[in-house]
Design a protein. Sequence first.
Lengths: 786, 786
Amino acid sequence: GLVNRLFNDGFFCLKCSISPLPPPAGFSSYNGGGMNGTSTMMDFLEEPLPGVGTYEDFNTIDWVREKSRDRDRHREITNRSKESTWALLHSVSDAFSGWLLMLLVGLLAGSLAGLIDISAHWMTDLKEGVCLAGFWFNHEHCCWKSNTTFTDRDKCPEWKSWSQLILGHGEGAFAYILNYFMYVIWALMFSLLAVLLVKGFAPYACGSGIPEIKTILSGFIIRGYLGKWTLVIKTITLVLAVSSGLSLGKEGPLVHVACCCGNILCHLFTKYRKNEAKRREVLSAAAAAGVSVAFGAPIGGVLFSLEEVSYYFPLKTLWRSFFAALVAAFTLRSINPFGNSRLVLFYVEFHMPWHLLELVPFILLGIFGGLWGAFFIRSNIAWCRRRKTTRLGKYPVLEVLVVTAITAILAFPNEYTRMSTSELISELFNDCGILDSSKLCEYVNDFNSTKGDDLPDRAAGPGVYTAMWQLALALIMKVFITIFTFGMKVPSGLFIPSMAVGAIAGRLLGVAVEQLAFYHHDWAIFSGWCSPGADCITPGLYAMVGAAACLGGVTRMTVSLVVIMFELTGGLEYIVPLMAAAMTSKWVADAIGREGIYDAHIRLNGYPFLEAKEEFSHKTRAMDVMRPRKSDPALTVITQDTMTVEDVEAIVSSTTYSGYPVVVSRASQRLVGFVLRRDLIISIENARKKQDGIVSTSVICFTDYCPPLPPSSPSVLKLRSILDLSPFTVTDETPMEIVVDIFRKLGLRQCLVTHNGKLLGIITKKDVLKHIAQMANQDPESILFN
Amino acid sequence: GLVNRLFNDGFFCLKCSISPLPPPAGFSSYNGGGMNGTSTMMDFLEEPLPGVGTYEDFNTIDWVREKSRDRDRHREITNRSKESTWALLHSVSDAFSGWLLMLLVGLLAGSLAGLIDISAHWMTDLKEGVCLAGFWFNHEHCCWKSNTTFTDRDKCPEWKSWSQLILGHGEGAFAYILNYFMYVIWALMFSLLAVLLVKGFAPYACGSGIPEIKTILSGFIIRGYLGKWTLVIKTITLVLAVSSGLSLGKEGPLVHVACCCGNILCHLFTKYRKNEAKRREVLSAAAAAGVSVAFGAPIGGVLFSLEEVSYYFPLKTLWRSFFAALVAAFTLRSINPFGNSRLVLFYVEFHMPWHLLELVPFILLGIFGGLWGAFFIRSNIAWCRRRKTTRLGKYPVLEVLVVTAITAILAFPNEYTRMSTSELISELFNDCGILDSSKLCEYVNDFNSTKGDDLPDRAAGPGVYTAMWQLALALIMKVFITIFTFGMKVPSGLFIPSMAVGAIAGRLLGVAVEQLAFYHHDWAIFSGWCSPGADCITPGLYAMVGAAACLGGVTRMTVSLVVIMFELTGGLEYIVPLMAAAMTSKWVADAIGREGIYDAHIRLNGYPFLEAKEEFSHKTRAMDVMRPRKSDPALTVITQDTMTVEDVEAIVSSTTYSGYPVVVSRASQRLVGFVLRRDLIISIENARKKQDGIVSTSVICFTDYCPPLPPSSPSVLKLRSILDLSPFTVTDETPMEIVVDIFRKLGLRQCLVTHNGKLLGIITKKDVLKHIAQMANQDPESILFN
C-alpha cells in the first residue's frame, strides 16, 4: 500500500549524504543562469563557447579564475563608462547592485523568519488547543484579544484545550488522556507531513544545512541546494518540524533559508548570477542575516558568518554582511512576531553583578558543556554512520514517526518538555522578579526584606523543588533524544536543543549554589558577598552561561557565541562569565575530539572541504602527495604543437582527469600551461562541427604562432584561448604545509609540481584532502568529490 | 644658546619619515631577542649560524618562512612531548603561553590606559587651577572630597583657580587675564616638555603610530618602534600632549602604547620572541586591546584590529584578541579613572526612538563627514609634505610651541574649546535631562508639560543661542587647527578631534531641526510625529551621528566604527542612523579620494604596505613588472655547482639585490632554488673563518650530491642548507592582479618569473608596490623600502 511504499522508498536514503544524482527535474536553480546566458551582458563577457568556463555539479570551483573573470567584467564596465552616459549609469548601477542585493536579502530573510516564527508559534499551540475567537490566533494572542478578566495570565475563556472543546471540561484523568492523545497525534501529523514534503519535493531541505553551506562557500557546487524549491519546502517543513515538538531548533535551518534567499536573489543581477565567487560573497552575507534573525543579534550574526561559515570573506563582504544582517533584524522586528517589540529571541535583564568566586561554577558549566558537546558529536556521528550504512537509512519516514512519537509521549507529562524549547530557555534565563508566577520562582516569601525590584535570596519553596526534579528529567530526555533527532530527514537545527541542555544544567546548578549560599551564608566562601537578605546569586545567569557552554561544546564557536549571548543581555558585565565558560568548553571538547559538529558532518559526507582553522603540521613534501606516484606511469601531458585532434581525443577518452598540463615537448617536459578537460572536449566538438577543415589528423596548436605545415596537411586547430597560461606551480621540495596554505588561501583546484624547471606531477584539491585525512589517521577514501 | 640649539637641531627632522638611521644606541629592543639567541630553546630550533634567518632593519619579512619555522618548532615540541613528562609539560605550557601573554598584554594595556587617563585629567585641570585639599586631586575629585555645600556642581571652595590663588579672588578683568596667561603658560610648558622628550629619547613616539603599526603588521621591520623606550616616552608625552590642550586625542596613541606592551611582553616567551609572524599575531591582539581601552569597546576594538590595522589575522587571533581586549577593558574599569564605574568613554543613554524622516539630516551629516574627511586628509597630507620638503621640518620644537600657543590663545576665551575635547564630546552627546545645568540645556521652561524623565521639545533659551555661536566658532577653530596639529612631533591621535568636529556639527544641526520642529510642528513633514509637548528630536543623537560620520570620513572605518558607537550607547535602535551616516560619509569621501588618513600617511612615508582592501584592476602581466626589463642585462643568477667562492663574492659585491636565484646552469636557466644575500654573506664569511680548506677558488655547491672534483682542488663549500628549495614562481603571462593577490595573501617578499620552464626574472614586493603606484598615476619612487 501507500504507507509501505513510502516507508520503503529508498530514492534518497540518507540525511545529507548527497548522492551525485541530480535532483528532480525542474528543481535545479543553482547555476542555471550561467548556462543559458543570453542576457544583455553577453557582449561584456568573453564567452566564446557556451559551457566553457562553467562547472559541473559536485565539483570544486576555481576561485582564481572566477575572481579574474569578475575583475575583467569590472574593468570592461569601468572602461566603457567613459564612453557614454548610458554606460556610466550602467557602471554606477553595477557598483550599487551589491548593496541593493543585500537590502533585498535582508528584507526577504527577515520576512521569512517572521512568517516562520508566527506559524510555528500558532501550530505549537494547536497541539494543546484552539482559540474560539479565531482559530488563527495562538494561545497568547487569543488571551490578549480577550475582554474578560481572568486570574492566570494564560488562562482565558477564549482559549479551549482539546478536552475542553470535545468534552466540555478540562478536569480529570480522561481529559488529561484526551489532551495527551491530541498532543501526540498533532505531533505525528506535523512530522509526517514534514518528512513527506522533504522526501517528495526537496531532498536537500533536510538537516540544518550549515555543513553543506560551509562546503558550498568553500567553493563546491551542489546544484539545487540553494534553489527555490529547497527554499519553499524548507520554510514549510521547518515550521512543521518545530511545531511537532521534536528536539530541534529553527536557528540553523534559518541560515539555510537565508542563503537560499541570497542565491535566488542573485539571479536578478548578472554580476552575481554568472560568477561563482561573487555569488559566494552574497551567500556569506546571507548567512549573517540568517543568524541575525535567528537570535536578533546582527553583530553576532556577522561574526558567526566570519568565524564559522565563510571561507572567502573580504572586508567589503564584512560591511555588506553587517548591512544585510541589520536590515533582516529590523524587518523581523517590524513584523514583531513575539509581540513584545523585542529584537532578540531571549531578552534578559540581570541586575546583580556577579562575584569573582562564581567563576568556579561557571567553569564547571564550561566543563559540562565541553563534555556534552564531545559526547553528542561522537554519538550523533556514530548514529548517522549507522543510519548510512545499515538498513535503518531505508526507512526515513518511519524513523521520523517513531522519534516523534517517543518524543511526544515522553514530553507531554513533563511541563518543561511540553512547552516549546524556546519558551523553556526563556523561562530558564529569566531572573525571578516580584510578579513572576512561574514554579521556578516559588520561593518562601519574606515580604519584610523585599526592597526595590530585586528580591533577596530566599529559601526555595516546594515549587522550586518540583521544578528541579522535572528539569532533571527533562535534561536526561533532551540529552538522549537530540542525538537521534539531528540528522533525520526533516529540517533540524542544533542551537536550541544544545542551549536547552545547557540552560537546564545551568539553572539546576544556579539554584543549588543559591540555596547553598542562603543556608550557609556563614561559610568563608560566601561570607564576603552573600550576607542574609542580599540578592547575590542569579540562577538565570547560570542558565545562560550553561547554554553558552553547551552550544560552544557542540559547535566550537567562540567569539560569535559570546557576542550573540552579549547581544541577548546587552550588558558587557556578563561577558566575562560567558567567555570563561565558552573557553573552558572549547578546550575540554577539543581535548576529546578536534571537530565541531558541522565539520564532523562534512567529513561524514565526504565533502571536499579544506578547513581553514586547523594548521597542517606534518613534515611531508609536495613530492609525497603528487600524482603520478613513483611506480605509476608518467604524467599524462599534451604537447603544445605536435599532437593531432585524434591524439588528444585518445588521451581524453582514456583518462578521467579534469585537466591536462601542456608542455613544450615530451622530452623537455617544460610547462606551458594547463587546459581543462571540459573546455577541451567542448572546443574540439565545436570545431569539428563548425570549423572547416578540422579533421582527426588536424594538429592542435596551443602556441601563439603555429609552426608552418606542409600545404597538403589539414588546417590547424588553434586552442590558445582555452589554455590557462598561468598555472600555479610548486617545486617537489615544497613542504605540504605551504601547499595546503596555498590551496586554502588562493582557492586552487590543482597545482603542478616541478623539479629543476621540469614538470613532474600534479596535486589536486582532492589529493590534498586525502593526504590530510591520511595524516590524521582517517580513511582517505572518505573524500568523495573533487 | 640652548634654545637655539634645540630649535635648529635637525637630528630627526620629520614626523614619521623614519630615516633608516638606527635609533639611539640601547633603544633597539624590537628584534633583539632573535640575535643573541642563547636560550634553552636553542636545541629545538635549527639555527646553524647566528644571523641566518633574521632580518635587517627596514626590511620586509618573509611570512612563509616565518610560519614554516613556527610549524617546525611546534612539530618538534609535539614530538618530544611523548618522550618525557618534562617535555609534555613544556608542550602544554607552550600551548597556553599565548593565552598567558594575552592576559599580560590586557593587564598592562589597561593599567597604562588608566594611568594616562588619570594623569591627563589632573594635568588638564592644572592649567586652570589647583586643589587646596591636595595638589594631586583634579577638579572633580577635589570637589568630591569637599565637605562644604556649594551651589554649582564644580565650584567648591577647595578648588582655586590661579587667579584665586595668586590674587585671592577670581573676579574682574585682571583675574581673567591672569587665568588666561597661566592657561597658555602651562600649555606651552607641557608641549615643550613633550616635544623635547620625544626629540631627545624616542623619535618614534610621535604621531598616532597607527600607520607604522599597520606597516609593521603587514610584515615590515622597524627596530625600536615598539621598544621599551618608545613605550615609556610615549606614555609620558601622551599625557603632556593631551594636557597641553592641543587639538589631539589619546585614542590612536593608545593603540601604539598597547602594541609596545605586546611587543615587550613577547620577549618573555621564546615562541613569540623569535618569530616575526607569531609576534605579529600578538601585536594584532594588542591593537584590539588598545582600542578597547581607548573607548571601552572590546568588540569594537577587535573589529578595528581586524578591519583597519591587521594584515594576517587567523581566527585563532580573533578569539585571543577578544580575550586581550576584554581583560584590558576590565582592568581599566577596575582602575575606574572616570570615577563613574563606566567602561565606556562617552556613556550616553537615549530614550526616544528616532523617526524615519530623520534619516535625511543623518545623511546630511554623513555628507558633511565625508567632505570634511576628504578635505582634512588632503590638507593634512599637503602640510606634512611641505614640512617634509621645506625648511619648516627643521624646527619641530618651534612648530609645536607655535601651534600650542595659537591653540591655547584661541581656546581659552571660548568655553567649549577651553574644556578638554573628550569633555566637550561628552557634553554634546548628552541628552538634556531635567537636572542638567549646562548652557546647552537652557531651554525655556514649561513645567506644566513636564512628565517623567523625558523633557518635551521646548523653545531654546538664550543660553542655547549663545552656545550655538560658541560651538560654531569652536567648529571653525577645530577644523583648521587639527590640520596643523596632526603630524607634529608629539603623540597625537585623530579620533577625538574628528569626533569633536562631527559632534559640534551634529549638535548644531540637531538643535536647528529641534527648533524647526518646535516652531513648525504643523508642517507636513513634522505633523506625524512632532506634536507639541512631545519629545521628538534628540540633539545628542545628532551629535553622535555627526561624530561617527566625521570619524568615518577621516579613517574610512566601517563596521568597527558602527560597533564602537553601538557599544557607547548600547542600543541596537541607533545602529541604523549610525550606519546610514557612516555609509554616506565613506561613499562621499571615497569619491573624492580613495585613501584614508592612515593609508595616506603610509604612502607619504614610502612604507612598503600592500593594501588588502583595494583590488588591483589593471590588465598588466608579470612580464611587465619583472626585473630585468627587456633592455636590461640578464638576471643575475648563481649556478648550482660550478661557481667558486670568488665568483659568488664578486656577484654579491657588484649587486645590491637581497637574494639570488640558483639555476642548474646558465644555459638552461632551469630554476633550483633561491638564496638570500644576507644568508650567503654570513655563510661564506663563517666558512672562510672556521672551515678548513675553504679558499677563494673553492667551488660552492647547492646540490645534494656534489660533483667529484680532481684531488688537487680545494674542498667544496656545501650551502644546500641555506637554499630555499621552494621559491614561488609564476609564469610571465600571469596577470598582475593574481600576482598581487599572491603577494598579499601569502606574504611573499619576492617571486620568480618563468617562461616555458625557464627562469626569466624576478618580482619583489617593492616592484609590485612601485607598479601599483605607477598604475595609480603616483610617483613610483615614493616607495622607499624593500
